[in-house]
Design a binder for this molecule. Structure first.
Ligand code: FES
Length: 274
């Protein structure tokens, strides 16, 4: 490949200390396929979640007590009767404000600052760099030391918020075992909501920050058997963090879509008991 002299003041792969290679990459394989798939996958979720969050409809199935995670907890006077399990401390909102506006930003920030998603969108969206041995288009590199990327360091605090929301999702799963006559019941919806809540827990607990909270800075594991045990479990889950990140995007869409279709009377819930 032809080489070019590094420009003075150039940064990144074009800085003076790097080999002077003009080509963006010498790779001949289809290195752009993984970032392309990533950007498509993330876009599908972002578009779906945005549309559904602003729809303000078809989020609660009164008969079986199914509440979609995108509207949980529903805390406004505008929430349909029965869907507010923790009261309605918030007055009626203009219809352009999503009913999940209190938790959605935290969930979004939790995922945006997640170590795995960072890798995914730094490569696919920000192209910094798009793949191994492929030069990035950016002339400057400041890492995560300035706004807005310095916010990435607050991931641990978004983890705490996400863990709290996972508790609420667990409650939603428990009450979804509700029969049409008022007693206990099981439907396909109850199972979907429960699987989703379980996987959300697995994703949340497999978080790198959670692993550090569990066992970080301990000098002697033997003196902290409970934390050591927790750290061992979290470490195992942590190896699956990427898979859980993608799986939960899928189960969130599936759970919401199923509840929306049942709530809109497009399909009827498959009942197993009650
Ligand atoms: Fe992914 Fe914390 S590192 S959720």
């Amino acid at each position: 490949a032809p080489s070019k002299a590094p420009e003075s003041g150039a940064a990144g792969v074009f800085s003076r200390s790097r080999a002077a290679i003009a080509a963006k990459t010498l790779r001949t394989d289809r290195w752009w396929v993984p970032p392309l798939i990533t950007v498509l996958g993330l876009s599908v979720f972002v578009i779906y979640a945005t549309v559904r969050s602003f729809q303000n409809n078809w989020y609660w199935v009164e008969e079986y007590h199914y509440l979609t995670p995108f509207y949980s907890p529903c805390l406004s006077d505008a929430c349909v009767p029965g869907s507010s399990h923790f009261g309605t401390p918030i007055p009626k909102l203009p219809s352009w404000i999503p009913l999940g506006f209190l938790v959605l930003p935290f969930l979004l920030l939790f995922r945006l600052t997640c170590y795995y998603y960072r890798k995914a969108y730094y490569r696919s969206v920000w192209m910094s760099p798009p793949a191994c041995a492929v030069a990035e288009p950016h002339a400057k590199y400041t890492g995560e030391t300035r706004l807005p990327l310095i916010i990435q360091n607050a991931h641990r605090y978004f983890f705490y918020a996400a863990a709290l929301i996972a508790v609420i999702n667990t409650y939603d799963a428990a009450i979804s075992f509700h029969g049409a006559d008022g007693g206990f019941g099981i439907g396909l919806g109850s199972l979907i909501i429960t699987v989703n809540a379980t996987l959300l827990w697995a994703y949340t607990l497999s978080c790198h920050s959670c692993r550090h909270i569990a066992g970080g800075r301990l000098k002697h594991f033997s003196q902290h058997p409970v934390r050591y045990r927790f750290w061992t479990v979290v470490s195992k889950l942590n190896t699956r963090h990427m898979q859980l990140a993608w799986t939960t995007l899928g189960t969130l869409i599936l759970t919401d879509l199923y509840i929306a279709l049942v709530a809109a009377d497009k399909i009827s819930d498959l009942r197993i008991i009650g």
